[in-house]
Design a protein around this ligand. Structure first.
Ligand code: CMP
Length: 140
């Protein structure tokens, strides 16, 4: 299996409820290693740039308002098949449709305030990691 890196964001609904450690323990239990991590407050410009692909969606404005409503924790996760594995750990976007045991099933508040973001492909992972981290900030 290939060792991959993926970008994860613990969203404002989760940091507000002090759930960073709970989310991280799920990543680590699944064999994902947190090789970079920082807590920050996204600016509106950063949120809009990060979610640019969703600009035409009806939820875009609300999503950017939510993502700037409190601190986030941005992370690089590393491991075998990290992109797909992280998406398994997160569960479906809509917590109502997420499988039992997943982060979103257990912790998410709504389809928007769904606690975590994870890259959806290896290509996007590379772009999303570069959006937040310099290579020197990622330590195995
Ligand atoms: P994420 O995986 O970060 O990717 C885009 C985000 O948009 C998603 O998680 C949700 O936070 C949000 N989102 C996706 N679909 C909807 C929707 N139908 N209504 C509101 N927010 C959504």
């Amino acid at each position: 299996m290939a060792t991959e890196r993926t970008l994860s964001i613990i969203k404002p609904d989760a940091t507000r409820r002090n759930l960073t450690g709970k989310v991280n323990s799920k990543f680590e239990a699944a064999g994902l290693r947190i090789v970079a991590q920082k807590r920050l407050r996204l600016t509106r410009a950063q949120a809009e740039a990060f979610y640019e692909v969703h600009r035409s969606r009806p939820f875009f404005d609300s999503l950017c308002t939510f993502m700037t409503s409190g601190p986030v924790v941005v992370q690089v996760l590393e491991g075998d098949n990290a992109v797909a594995k992280n998406r398994e750990v997160m569960g479906a976007t809509d917590p109502a449709k997420a499988a039992p045991g997943t982060v979103r099933k257990e912790l998410a508040e709504s389809i928007e305030a769904n606690s975590v973001h994870g890259s959806d492909s290896l290509d996007n992972a590379a772009k999303e990691i570069a959006f937040f981290f310099a290579e020197t900030e990622i330590v195995r």
